[in-house]
Design a binder for this molecule. Structure first.
Ligand code: FE2
Ligand code: FE2
Length: 264
């Protein structure tokens, strides 16, 4: 069996702290072969820096996915081609730096194709269709492995559910990110695709989706521009554990993971 732990959008310092605190125990507890994390908000809520990328690899994250915030720290445009374990959504234009797919190898030598996709509904209007984008790479990926894990970074649950059904029998897991709010609809579809509409974020929930709640409320109330700031309270980790049969690529188990930051 291949055990994967996926960590929902890490938002700033509270998210990085709670992950660092729990990652070793999570690995042991779930006998994890791979830890994948969405890092699009890891650097002060917006994007990812090479320093934070290194820190996350050093604490034990194996592969990182992203989404619409991937380029918020412009240095990502420079280093992403040198780091294949950091993915940007597959459905950017073909000449965009980086890649949307990575073929990982577990400690037992099993291959897992990890794919990052971005939704079309209420997201970037000019990206390629995520459904045709994944269809264009999936057959080739499945020549290497039956185990295919998809982070579908999208706004609406309907598009996420549709993607899971679209990939049932062809992907092992379609796991949602981006809304920062966990959903409770985890299940395994008849063709063996584990799915969850949204993992939720790994960050401070005493907030508005990870950002300082007073600033966020003000922006809604008075409609004036004000810079977002990451909320500074305790972090909560939201993730999901998926087990996959390496022979068939079918998921056999899906379970949400919740952990809270200990200490002050
Ligand atoms: Fe996010
Ligand atoms: Fe996002």
């Amino acid at each position: 069996m291949i055990n994967i732990i996926f960590i929902g959008d890490i938002v700033g310092r509270p998210g990085r702290r709670v992950l660092a605190q729990h990652i070793d125990a999570l690995r042991d507890n779930y006998e994890a072969d791979l830890v994948i994390a969405n890092v699009e908000n890891a650097a002060a809520g917006f994007g990812i820096t090479s320093k934070i990328l290194d820190d996350l690899f050093n604490i034990g994250v194996d592969v990182m996915t992203s989404g619409n915030h991937i380029w918020d720290k412009q240095e990502a445009l420079e280093f992403i081609d040198d780091e294949p374990r950091l993915l940007r959504p597959l459905n950017y234009p073909a000449d965009t730096p980086g890649s949307g797919i990575y073929l990982a190898t577990t400690p037992q030598g099993e291959k897992v194709a990890i794919i990052n996709l971005m939704g079309a509904v209420f997201m970037h209007p000019t990206l390629d269709c995520p459904f045709t984008a994944i269809d264009s790479v999936l057959d080739k990926a499945r020549e290497h492995t039956r185990c295919v894990f998809v982070d579908f970074h999208a706004e609406v649950t309907s598009e996420k559910m549709a993607m899971a059904w679209h990939l049932d029998n062809r992907a092992s897991a379609v796991i949602g990110t981006h809304t920062h709010i966990p959903t409770a609809d985890e299940r395994i579809l008849p063709g063996g695709c584990a799915t969850l509409s949204d993992t939720g974020m790994t960050g401070c929930y005493d907030s508005v989706i990870g950002m300082d709640k007073d600033i966020s409320v003000q922006k809604f109330v008075n409609k004036l521009p004000r810079r977002f700031q990451v909320a500074s309270g305790k972090g909560s980790l939201r993730g999901v554990h998926v087990s996959i049969d390496p022979q068939t690529g079918r998921a056999t188990h899906i379970e949400r993971i919740n952990r809270e930051e200990a200490g002050s």
